[in-house]
Design a protein around this ligand. Structure first.
Ligand code: SAM
Length: 335
């Protein structure tokens, strides 16, 4: 089998598939309140086209993990069909989804039945009021119900993604961790990255991994003996707590900006309009949709995907003075 290798010896086995650039929330660090100019429908890959590209990635290019994201993947109409088509592949990839959790209470069972293995739910605050300010929508209770629904359905371990922002929710790190521990969810704090549509990200305003860990000092976190491998999160054991499976509870910190893990990156990304991105911060893309719609064979598509990955840079370069924020915001790339 061919693989998605690059010039620095990395091999991408983890595919992030964005199923839509649309979202039902307006998180301030991601999108303006009025939304964005959405991708025209005809540019978006159809369910069959997404399925075909995932099949090529898994069966011909060695992809072992597929994560559905967006925008908000739960609002993609064909989601269950896309998940079950991916679950029918051989070798069967591990399947997960990153979602804001709205509608997950209802969708968790059907997603499990379709073949989904796991879920990450984004939650930045325990306060419904703050949630409304942060997302411009009054849906906090729906997210909590979505988390509970995922755990009940068995989409485990249920992970929570949290972005902390200075003066907005950075006082909540211990409470969020306690909430996660008490419910058997695994919390991951993510450093805020320069991927907002408004281009307002400011390095000095970002809550760093170091600051996050300092605020968790009362928990007496212990280094995790399990190797991190290619996972973006550095994890710690939280003494005195167990996860839903009875193992020592963990908390993760994804220091994408201050503790980059590019050297271990095993990601390849497909946007909802069929562009391969070899890095979250890439400024160029490779058009698989054009090739696919022009009648390209599986072998031609696989070769184009390989060429796209070969050009991956050694690092995202956020700290480089020449760093340019990508033209696409996070919602249109797929986080
Ligand atoms: N709508 C889904 C959700 O809310 O999880 C999936 C897409 S969202 C873009 C994926 C993740 O990216 C979320 O956890 C969100 O908090 C995170 N995110 C969005 N913009 C970000 C930024 N500028 N820096 C860091 N994380 C960001």
């Amino acid at each position: 089998m061919s693989v998605l290798a690059d010039r620095f010896g990395r091999v991408a086995t983890d595919l992030r598939v964005s199923l839509t650039d649309r979202c039902n929330l307006r998180c301030t660090y991601c999108m303006p309140e009025e939304g964005l100019a959405w991708m025209p429908r005809e540019q978006q890959l159809t369910d069959d086209e997404v399925g075909r590209l995932i099949r090529i990635a898994v069966e011909q290019l060695g992809v072992t993990d597929v994560r559905f994201t967006g925008g908000e993947p739960l609002i993609r109409r064909g989601l269950l069909g896309i998940v079950s088509a991916a679950a029918a592949l051989s070798p069967r990839p591990k399947l997960s989804i990153t979602t804001n959790g709205i509608g997950l209470e209802r969708m968790a069972g059907p997603l499990l039945d379709a073949g989904l293995d796991r879920v990450n739910v984004s939650l930045d605050t325990l306060s419904p009021e703050r949630f409304r300010e942060l997302t411009h929508r009054d849906r906090h209770a729906d997210v909590l119900k979505g988390l509970a629904g995922a755990a009940q359905a068995g989409l485990t371990p249920v992970k929570i993604n949290t972005v902390l922002m200075r003066g907005i929710n950075d006082d909540e790190a211990p409470d969020l961790l306690r909430f996660a521990l008490n419910h058997g969810y695994e919390l991951r704090f993510i450093e805020q990255m320069p991927l907002d549509a408004q281009h307002q990200w400011d390095r000095h305003e970002m809550v760093t991994a170091e600051a996050i860990l300092a605020s968790l000092e009362p928990f007496g976190l212990q280094p995790d003996p399990v190797s991190r491998g290619t996972a973006p999160a550095e994890t710690w054991i939280v003494p005195g707590y167990r996860d839903a499976a009875g193992n020592p509870a963990r908390v993760g910190v994804i220091g994408s900006v201050t503790r980059p893990f590019c050297g271990d990156c095993d990601r390849t990304r497909l946007t909802a309009d069929g562009q391969v991105r070899n890095c979250l911060f890439a400024t160029d893309e490779s058009d698989l949709r054009g090739l696919l719609r022009a009648g390209g064979s599986d072998a031609e598509i696989a070769a184009a995907w390989q060429a796209a990955m070969w050009g991956k840079r050694a690092g995202h370069g956020i700290d480089d003075p020449s760093f340019l924020q990508p033209a696409r915001p996070m919602s249109a790339i797929g986080g």
